[in-house]
Design a protein around this ligand. Structure first.
Ligand code: ADP
Length: 328
């Protein structure tokens, strides 16, 4: 059975982008078709300016939302990255295989480093080495597939390169992973700025739909989405990015393809109304389950403890083998 690994960073409240681009498929497909692990990657949340108490709170919330989105701890493994030492242990060894040139080429590094500098802050070294830790997350478990949105593809490619290089130099140790992506909504864009992705780490904004937004808040955000001044509904990602984003969100929530849906609408207003309702409906069961889980914090605690124990058992043999192979 293929091993699958993926995760979310607790750097902010989870968004519709996280859900449509990743989480929904983890629950609907991956956990059933593979031996799957899903992780709240809290070490990654320390790569940018952070508040310790907030990271802890967001980690718990992300784990609760993973369960609320339908991950079943009887079927897959749900855990928090920092509960399993093997990630950091392997990361160091992989730093001895990766190069700084590779790290500096990462698009996300360039974007985030520029953002930190604009804010007047300094860039943490861990922001540069973040993709190595992510490679360790994946390689420690021998994951063959990594279901992610488009924004993470470059990092999975890097994990692949590192695995191949390590295996060539030190003997076969790692499974070489590949990224898999959803058919629609692999890159949900900010509703107010359709040229940038809907990212949870961005400042709270009217262009980001959060998984825990109340229905009326969702409606308001979608109805106010930026489109263009045209009137004909067509699907064109390059020329009409705002409209394309709404069509993709609607397609992802209610089925059909963005192209087909474009033909069914005569006005932007009708499209926005339907997209808003579709998002509200998709989020409803997740929000209901989230509420139930919040009423039973001991359950989430137990799931995470068991998950970490299982994950540790899976990662340790591979990480030990990597230590031996590299000469330790
Ligand atoms: P974020 O950018 O929100 O911090 P994470 O790095 O925690 O996201 O990613 C969690 C998962 O959600 C990844 O698989 C990522 O590819 C996916 N994802 C994040 N944002 C989007 C988006 N706007 N559209 C589609 N998928 C996304």
């Amino acid at each position: 059975m293929t091993r699958v690994f993926s995760g979310v960073k607790p750097t902010g409240h989870l968004t519709l982008g996280n859900y449509l681009g990743a989480m929904r498929r983890w629950a609907a497909v991956d956990q059933h078709e593979a031996d799957a692990l899903f992780c709240v990657v809290d070490l990654h949340a320390l790569t940018v300016e952070h508040d310790p108490a907030r990271v802890r709170r967001l980690s718990r919330q992300a784990a609760t939302l993973l369960l609320a989105s339908g991950l079943d701890p009887e079927v897959c493994t749900v855990f928090v990255q920092s509960h399993v030492d093997e990630h950091a242990r392997l990361s160091y060894v992989l730093e001895c295989v990766a190069t700084d040139g590779e790290m500096r080429r990462m698009i996300q590094y360039k974007e985030k480093a520029a953002r930190e500098q604009r804010r007047g802050g300094s860039v943490r070294l861990s922001l540069l080495t973040y993709p190595v830790l992510m490679a360790a997350d994946i390689l420690a478990y021998g994951a063959g597939e990594v279901p992610v949105g488009d924004d993470q593809r470059q990092h999975v490619e890097l994990a692949r390169d590192i695995a191949v290089r390590f295996n060539q130099r030190y003997g076969h140790t790692f499974v070489v992973p590949r990224a898999t992506r959803p058919e629609v909504a692999a890159r949900v864009m900010n509703l107010q700025d359709p040229m940038s992705k809907m990212g949870k780490s961005d400042d709270v904004g009217p262009g980001i739909v959060y998984l825990l937004d109340e229905p009326d808040v969702v409606r308001k955000k979608v109805m106010r989405a930026v489109t263009d001044s045209g009137s004909e509904v067509v699907y064109d990602r390059e020329e009409r990015p705002g409209l394309a984003n709404l069509l993709e969100i609607l397609a992802a929530c209610s089925g059909g393809s963005p192209q087909e849906l474009a033909g069914a609408y005569r006005s932007y207003g009708d499209l926005k109304k339907d997209a808003a309702e579709a998002v509200v409906e998709v989020l409803r069961p997740v929000q209901e389950r989230h509420k139930e889980l919040c009423a039973d914090p001991g359950y989430v605690e137990r799931v995470l403890r068991d998950g970490a124990e299982r994950a540790r058992g899976m990662a340790r043999p591979t990480v030990d083998a990597a230590y031996r192979a590299i000469g330790l």
